[in-house]
Ligand binder design. Sequence first.
Ligand SMILES: *Cc1c(COP(=O)(O)O)cnc(C)c1O
Length: 486
Amino acid sequence: MRYISTRDTDEPPRYFTFVDAVLEGLAPDGGLLVPETFPSVSDSEWVLWKTLSYPALCAAVLRKFISPEEISDAELQTMIESAYSKLSGWRDDRIAPLSQVGAIQVLELFHGPTYAFKDVALQLLGQFFDFALRKRNTRMTILGATSGDTGSAAIAGVKGRSNIDCVILFPLGKTSKIQELQMTSNLEPNIHCLAVKDSVFDDCQSIVKSCFNDQVFNDEMNLGAVNSINWSRILAQVVYYVYAAARVDGPVSFVVPTGNFGNMLAGYYARKLGSAIPIKSLIIASNSNDILPKFFTSGNYTVTGHVVPTMSPSMDIAVSSNFERYLFDLWKRDPRIVAEKFEQLKTNKSFSVTQDELEKARCEFFSFAVDETKTLHTIAHVFDKNGYLLCPHSAVGYRAAEQFLVSPEFAGETVVTLATAHIGKFTENILNNLQDGGDDKLITAIANSVPSGLAKLREPGVKLRRTDIDNSMEAVKTYMRTHIGK
Ligand SMILES: *Cc1c(COP(=O)(O)O)cnc(C)c1O
């Protein structure tokens, strides 16, 4: 199995191995790495797959995308077992259990160490990094910016590893208290939490980008990225769609609370594995940051650069980076079109697709935007009817699922919506919005929803390690040169 860039116009293109894809993230031409050809699953394989445990199924899915010459069966199995073990912080050995909530099934992806679905991918990415670095006898420095969930999940994936340093930037005072504690309570010497003073997330992101673009510094530190453009993150997420499809009867449709489109893309790739796996509709659920629903309505992909803050901050994005991988398929895998359109996006902040392409895209995805009022209402009525608490991101998905099922064409279908985080991470967001008019029973339930693993971070005496740093690339570089690799 080889990988190619979505923007590589050379003939033949440059080929990447799976390990290259893990270590490099972005292709040198600015494109994203995708499999050269797409594997498929036969009917008889599917019969077997339906009986497998999560780790065994994960090995079977990954095997389709990684050559045995690169990673042997035994090596793959060891990495998967470590990534999804109790020791790594998983609280449910099904990893992705389904829960029936009213007419809709909820795929709970928040039973990992940091209580958000990003653990599913980042636990495995930590294993892959370690494997690749040992093989190449080298070390790396992970550098990332976070507005919340990615930072703690990345830290949980690599803490304590001797060949990786991990530097995470976040805007001081702008993440939720719990999210900050989830990062700064890690005292392992290879973890560095930098709270950037007087900054917003975009400042942190731009410092990170400048560091990556400084080739001398990049080589010196051997920088690595953990954002969701990394192919192995997408691959790890394909597994839970297949796992869920194996556990329901007949065809299943998936609803995905979407930001960067990484999670939804994994569902699309799961369906692309072939008709043996009965995955039907794929439904994108956005919050008020609705660049994708707008695309599916108009055929125009337009970046306003303006992000509306919501109760579901992990979906507050201006661009959906991973959408490029889907567009590559929509444009019949022609890298010239991808390169041209994304060049256009840089200058005009917008590009469009043809009417035929839009129609095809509309056959492949449904999309709904869910505003803050509907999100709150969904949290309240799902609790009232079913006694189940959804986090704001998951509520956006649940509401989109309800809207999908209203259509007579789809009524009665099996719909699985992804719950991407535990409500206990976002209680403050919801309670601040519920202030007036909230039902007492609901308010009490939300306040009591914080699991002990998160509550204990607030106890007095918890040791924290955090460095406050100036909002400048030079300050970050100086910190890294002083503290890393020593
Ligand atoms: C990251 C995140 C999302 C968005 O996922 P994408 O892959 O970026 O679309 C949704 N919900 C939560 C809780 C997240 O942390």
